[in-house]
Design a protein around this ligand. Structure first.
Ligand SMILES: Cc1ncc(COP(=O)(O)O)c(C=O)c1O
Length: 375
């Protein structure tokens, strides 16, 4: 990890947040540090490893803070993200994603020569090329089998399907089954959903063990379900990602409060076409097109801090239209607002940098080093 301790690059930055050009992503470091510390403390107390998903921040400096606080390494989806983080000194990476396609294999092998890498698999067809590439490179690649615990995305079904895949992987030279993992997504009762997620996975691991398959790792969880899943005895690792910033979706699901939201899109009012409408200089190229039931008036592309009942009801590429509440009618052309994004992860992926603040002052600027790394 020594390379991760290199001094941060400091850009020449203005001192006060209201002197920033817009739209720009601002990160409140007090909130960020509190989020990182809270989840690190939870993992320590629950006796599970914390492996945050780095797709949320894609930022080396934040990975460093998570690891310094106790995370064992990172979860990532794409090899491109892993290459960036490995270069920055992150030495332990789980690609919780099926690595499929021959152009990826040399990159995966090169990565595995550099740092500890484990990979998700959910089919024998997907695993065979990995096994052949690992064998040809004279190495053994650790894989975790993805189990579908109810999301309906990737993963084999618990029971017979999982057992059959595990048996066929166990016969492949070049691969070693390191464990199982799941991602359950968002459900109405998060406490019960997380508990069930953990229980399903522990039961499946026990069943595999009885069939003679070693299962070291049982990796579960996300920001909404990570705490309840992480408390289930037998679970070894949790993988929350969004927790580091939080967003309007997490607030809506009850897994964070507005005060836990560390990142906002700082935007300016550029037009006041009518009494009840303001237009911001942030559209879908700054906020993404994501929306949800985040305003009391209906679906909104985010939440305006201090004016949570305003509704960002429509976006164009560079414009965001806001339906104002009585209180927010005081906003004038040129005024600044902070928009808590609907979904922070794809929002960060649109930005080149994060401007870091403490108590309204700019203290640093960090690159979103793994932005747009979708391969
Ligand atoms: C496989 C996997 N693990 C963990 C996470 C982290 O979830 P969250 O960002 O809700 O914390 C995700 C999110 O997409 C995921 O796909």
């Amino acid at each position: 990890m020594s390379r991760m301790l290199e001094p941060q690059q400091r850009a020449a930055t203005p001192q006060a947040v209201d002197a920033l050009d817009t739209p720009v992503l601002i990160v409140d470091l007090d909130r960020l540090d509190a989020n990182i510390a809270r989840w690190a403390a939870f993992a320590r107390q629950a006796g599970v490893k914390l492996r945050p998903h780095g797709k949320t921040h894609k930022c080396v400096e934040i990975a460093r803070r998570q690891i310094e606080a106790g995370a064992v390494g990172l979860t990532l989806a794409k090899i491109g993200e892993a290459e960036v983080m490995a270069r920055a000194g992150v030495g332990d990476i789980f690609l919780a994603y099926e690595v499929i396609g021959s152009p990826k294999l040399p990159r995966l092998i090169a990565l595995a020569r550099q740092v500890r890498v484990r990979v998700g698999v959910d089919s024998a067809e997907g695993a065979e090329p990995l096994a052949r590439a690992a064998q040809a490179a004279g190495m053994t690649l650790d894989v975790l089998i993805e189990v579908d615990s109810g999301l309906g995305r990737c993963g084999v079904r618990p029971g017979q399907e999982l057992a059959a895949l595990a048996q066929s992987l166990a016969r492949m030279k070049g691969l070693r089954i390191a464990g199982i993992f799941t991602y359950r997504g968002y459900r109405p009762d998060l406490e019960a959903a997380g508990r069930e997620e953990g229980e399903i996975m522990v039961a499946e691991a026990d069943r595999l063990r009885r069939a003679g398959i070693e299962v070291e790792e049982i990796s579960v969880g996300s920001t909404p379900t990570g705490r309840s899943a992480g408390r289930v005895s037998g679970v070894t690792e949790i993988r929350p990602g969004t927790y580091v910033f939080n967003d309007a979706m997490q607030v809506r699901w009850g897994s964070a409060t507005p005060d836990d939201c560390a990142l906002a899109v700082l935007a300016r009012v550029i037009s006041r076409p009518s009494r009840d409408v303001a237009v911001l200089d942030a559209g879908s190229k700054a906020l993404t097109a994501e929306r949800g039931p985040y305003s009391s008036r209906g679906d909104s592309h985010g939440v305006i801090r201090n004016y949570p009942d305003c509704q960002i009801d429509r976006l164009w590429e560079e414009h965001g239209r806001v339906q104002l509440t009585d209180e927010a009618r005081r906003l004038r052309v040129g005024d600044l607002v902070e928009v808590i994004p609907a979904h922070v992860c794809p929002t960060v992926n649109l930005a080149e940098r994060l401007v870091c603040t403490r108590q309204g002052r700019v203290v640093d600027t960090w690159a979103v080093a793994a932005r747009a790394q979708v391969q």
